[in-house]
Design a protein around this ligand. Structure first.
Ligand code: NAD
Ligand code: SER
Length: 325
């Protein structure tokens, strides 16, 4: 039977991946870990432990104690936060990944590591970004992502560690709030639309990026880890796409449900610069061919399901706070 460890389990992805893995493989087989205490959220249906992924010895002990044979390594610092603390981002994103790969090598674990559209940069073709292309990112987050992809491929070819990864686009979800990324606007907009009827966006109206609804992102991780290895010509990491949108298009789609919703723009130059260096639309042909990837949610379906799921959690609308939205 599989024994799975999830690092960074309390974050935006982990808080939905852990329940999905427990539902599929059995609650007792999935050990959720994070540097933050999340016993309340993740310790009720299974085991939760506080583990810092930069602490190699603690990670090793946890893997041995639970007889782990697969690690979903989600612990990381996201793009916007990383830009304010590059040294910390390097230590956590690359140092943590190195520890995970070493533990996997010693104890025979498979490893899933998310990469990102941030692994591309301004010299990458921005429309129809190919699977294999120029990767010269300019953000520290992107640099850790492309280095992480290479490190994971190295551990596969050099040591035979079964490493697999996805280049996630900006993820939209309603369980845990996003953790400091450039695409956080695509989640915040729903909270503000329902709570205040308006939102001030930190990216320009016409900034087009790839976006994806969380159920697709979770399914993609599980499908890739279950894919027949002989079919995989790529490993770290696959482009995957669902739909593309600008903040203006997302606002328009929300207005079809909430006609009074208003969006304003106050550009954050740091996050705008990051977004402008990322693809507008990636080509996910390799993922489709090698393991049958196909997104289920487009923009309309995502917006409808987000509003339907989030509204009961937020309760009635509130007055706009003094500092604005
Ligand atoms: P998140 O910020 O919501 O969660 C990350 C979690 O890692 C947090 O709970 C945090 O407490 C934990 N963490 C931080 N440092 C740690 C450490 N030293 N040891 C253990 N845990 C630590 O991020 P997320 O959105 O869930 O992203 C997970 C992964 O997916 C990351 O690698 C991220 O780069 C990648 N990704 C996310 C998105 C997205 O839109 N959410 C898109 C592309 C890639
Ligand atoms: N959503 C992530 C971020 O904005 C992309 O990796 O950082």
């Amino acid at each position: 039977m599989k024994r799975i460890l999830v690092s960074g389990a309390a974050g935006q992805i982990g808080s939905e991946l852990v329940p999905a893995l427990r539902a599929r493989y059995g609650a007792a087989t999935v050990i959720a870990t994070d540097i933050r205490d999340a016993h309340d959220a993740l310790g009720k249906d299974g085991i939760f432990e506080v583990v810092d992924s930069t602490d190699a010895a603690a990670l090793d002990k946890t893997v041995q104690r639970h007889g782990i044979d697969a690690i979903y390594h989600l612990a990381a610092i996201l793009s916007a936060t990383a830009e304010y603390s590059p040294q910390r981002a390097y230590r956590i994103n690359l140092g943590g990944l190195f520890n995970v790969l070493e533990v996997a090598r010693e104890h025979g674990c498979a490893v899933f590591t998310p990469s990102s559209i941030a692994a591309f940069g301004p010299s990458t073709p921005r429309d129809g970004t190919p699977q294999d292309t120029v990767q010269r990112p300019t953000s520290i987050y992107g640099i850790t992502k492309v280095a992480g992809e290479l490190l994971c491929d190295y551990y596969f070819t050099r040591f035979g560690v079964d490493t697999r990864g996805l280049r996630y686009p900006g993820l939209i979800s309603h369980t845990a709030r996003p953790g400091g990324g450039t695409t956080d606007y695509a989640v915040e907009i729903f909270y503000h639309a329902l709570q205040y009827g308006r939102y001030t966006c930190f990216l320009a109206a016409d900034t087009q990026l790839d976006l994806m609804y969380m159920p697709d992102a979770i399914r993609a991780a599980i499908e890739l880890m279950e894919a027949e290895p002989a079919r995989l010509r790529h490993r770290n990491a696959f482009n995957i796409a669902a739909f593309q949108a600008t903040p203006a298009a997302l606002a328009e789609a929300i207005r079809r449900h909430l006609p009074e919703f208003e969006i304003r723009y106050e550009i954050d130059p740091v996050r705008q610069r990051i977004a402008d260096s990322w693809p507008r639309r990636v080509d996910d042909a390799a993922a489709r061919e090698e393991w049958g990837w196909r997104a289920a949610y487009d923009l309309e379906a995502t917006v409808a399901d987000m509003l339907r799921s989030l509204a009961p959690k937020l309760g009635p609308p509130s007055p706009v706070p003094a500092g604005g939205t």
